[in-house]
Design a protein around this ligand. Structure first.
Ligand code: KG4
Ligand code: ZN
Length: 361
């Protein structure tokens, strides 16, 4: 039996978790900083770093207490090394280094992007992950920082098929919500506001899908672009304000519904096209935007029979440390003694090219 402690601080959630044997989440404590950043309309990196510093110790205590374990029980510590906001990452990494040294445990740096994918297999996903019939697998990672399609093969080889050329899907939803005066973070509030709205009232573009009649360059077949939908929303808002003076709640509702629909439509089209292209046996969706009910329902409805679909549980979609601890388990299994050079490891801000996933060997 193994207990891995995970630490996450890449953005605005301070999170610590304990995972048993790679899948069973014994605790997943999260302190959200949303209230602090909301008045700035987005995440302020230096503010996030300061808040992580204050929150880490109590969140650690909570995670250990909820899991019913002591530091002595922990086999290894996994920490988000990147990608993310540098000041925020550094606080978590240095905290983890301190714990590893103080407790005498091996330390593993984890890729946050891959951890999001792994989040889809927590709890009861071991069978899905280990089933050879799940491969090739197409992973859609949609969050505030990423919109990515990744092909994963049974041996762990990974190939990026596409990514966003500008905003991430979550970032686009956040900016749209701000434009509509709905606050931060935008994803959940856009979903709530859009409920019951007319998602066909305004005609927003579907960038890089070839829908506008413009031929789609082969290189962009599985790439995304969301900034054009955002600009279309801005122009639509300006036109409506010129016509009506101010936006009525009904207009805001329909604008939110149409914007959300455009984002979900593009995500689903590209995901299904990519799955078909690689002959995927399974589709996995993860990351904060994978919380979205319209996206979940649409993927469920459109996934062809014979292709398995796994949507990360909502609680494991947005940033958390259970996904970090779970992925850390696989690093630990591959090298239980750890790397002595881990004390010198640095955080990284940008996503390096992903060519393998450590949870398959
Ligand atoms: O994974 P995450 O917590 O952080 C990153 O790694 O970026 O994702 C946060 C993003 C935000 O942009 C937020 O607006 C979006 O996920 N999000 C949603 C929903 N819940 C969170 N987007 C759409 N619908 C939701 N229900
Ligand atoms: Zn994330």
């Amino acid at each position: 039996m193994s207990f891995i402690l995970g630490i996450e601080s890449s953005c605005d959630e301070t999170a610590v978790a304990v995972v048993r044997d790679g899948f069973e989440v014994l605790s997943s404590a999260v302190a959200s900083q949303i209230a602090s950043h909301a008045r700035h309309g987005g995440v302020v990196p230096e503010l996030a770093a300061r808040e992580h510093l204050v929150a880490l110790r109590p969140v650690l205590d909570e995670a250990l207490a909820t899991a019913g374990v002591t530091p002595r029980d922990i086999d290894a510590i996994a920490v988000t090394q990147g990608p993310g906001l540098m000041p925020a990452l550094l606080v978590g990494l240095n905290f983890a280094k301190g714990l590893a040294a103080g407790w005498g445990k091996p330390l593993y740096g984890v890729n946050h992007f891959i951890a999001h994918i792994y989040g889809a297999f927590l709890d009861d996903g071991a069978e899905f992950l280990l089933d050879r019939n799940s491969y090739p697998m197409l992973a859609l990672v949609v969050s505030g920082g990423h919109t990515n399609l990744l092909m994963i093969e049974a041996g762990g080889k990974a190939t990026q098929l596409g990514c966003t050329l500008d905003d991430a899907a979550g970032e686009a939803l956040d900016k749209a919500a701000k434009l509509l005066g709905l606050g931060y973070p935008g994803g959940p509030v856009m979903q709530r506001t859009a409920e019951g709205g007319d998602n066909k009232r305004f005609d927003f573009p579907r960038p890089l899908t070839g829908a506008a009649g413009k031929a789609l360059a082969e290189a962009n077949r599985f790439n995304f672009s969301f900034s054009g939908i955002k600009t279309a929303l801005l122009y639509q808002v300006q036109a409506l304000e010129a016509e009506y003076g101010a936006l009525t709640p009904e207009l805001v509702r329909d604008l939110a519904a149409c914007f959300q629909e455009a984002v979900v439509d593009v995500l689903c089209r590209k995901t299904l096209a990519a799955a078909k292209h690689i002959g995927a046996h399974s589709i996995v969706a993860a990351g904060g935007v994978a919380c979205n009910s319209i996206l979940r329902d649409r993927l469920t409805a459109l996934t062809p029979r014979g292709v398995k679909l796994r949507l990360a549980a909502r609680k494991h979609c947005t940033d958390n440390a259970a996904m970090v601890a779970g992925l850390g388990f696989h690093h630990w299994q591959a090298n239980p003694a750890g790397d002595p050079a881990a004390v010198a490891m640095d955080s990284y801000a940008r996503l390096p090219q992903v060519t393998t996933v450590p949870f398959l060997r």
